[in-house]
Design a protein around this ligand. Sequence first.
Ligand code: ADP
Ligand code: MG
Length: 354
Amino acid sequence: MSIIVEQLTRRFSPGGSPAVSDVSFHAPAGAITSLLGPSGAGKSTLLRLICGLEIPDVGRVLIDGVDCTSLPVQQRNVGVVFQSYALFRHMTVRENIAFGLNVRKLPRAEVEARVDEMLRLVQLEALGERHPGQLSGGQRQRVAFARALAIRPRVLLLDEPFGALDTRVREELREWLHQLHTRTGLTTLLVTHDQQEALEISQHVVVMSDGRVAQAGSPEDIYDRPASPFVASFIGGASVLRGRVLEGRASLGSLALTVPAAAREGEAVHAFVRPHDIKLARSVSTEGVTPFTGRVQRFKPVGGFVKVLLRMPSGDEVTVQVPRSEFDALGVVEGDAVRADVLTASVFVGDYAI
Ligand code: ADP
Ligand code: MG
């Protein structure tokens, strides 16, 4: 069951800028698709348009090829999980999971059987009689999944489902969701601002910015071939180097990179470089070769890595991530000059403006 969104626009105030603006994308059947973007990008509004909690000004939503743009939520048969658990506090876990089934007036025996099946699916068999207040955050969110899945939805829509949990639980649940998805094979749309989550868990990523689709593709496409400066800067913690086109190459300090075909001589260019795409070495001047040097402004060990802030001759600052053992072997201190070899970068024509 695929989800297709066609030219959706939703404006909350007349004349104001739309929260969702002319958005089209395709969430393939059986896959996890992430809607990734910073806060305010329009992700939740888009999800609410798909599940029927919002009606678009323009555009269509098709689930499994059927136009459901004007269908009420109940008739879309979608499972939804939000960041806040939204469980009924006065009901037990079983009663929470049964809620949607009772609303649909399923026979009692079938409701009980379905609840048992869901408890097994989310691995909470032993906790059916508890109330939400007696569960951990991660367990509550698994109940929310069980409740969403109990109605046998055609698609699963998730709005930052792990957003309220601490890092370790979030990572555990990420793996759990991956396994759940493998078992159910349900078409899933996951709203997240967490690029790690999106790149790790989904087969398809739709990057959003300012109510629009900035890029859609596989996690590898998004990471390795960012289509715009926004995507390049949003994904992967890249630093920016600025320069000009000189003799057909992007000249960034002493570095010369390949430029996009359309670049003209003398034109401004900028490049995004990720922290682990720069290799540091001792600055040794070889005759005739000017190494690309930076000065170590600051460094800070973070886990197994050392984060190094380099200041380039141009004034641009670049963050570099070096494995700790490599950094120790380098033996540099603050203020030292180092050679910085850029392994890969995304180059764009024009001035860099944020
Ligand atoms: P995201 O989920 O990516 O953080 P949202 O879809 O929540 O983004 O919001 C997108 C924009 O729409 C924001 O500028 C937000 O303030 C605005 N917005 C969202 N919901 C409403 C609403 N009900 N009324 C008015 N403005 C809204
Ligand atoms: Mg949101």
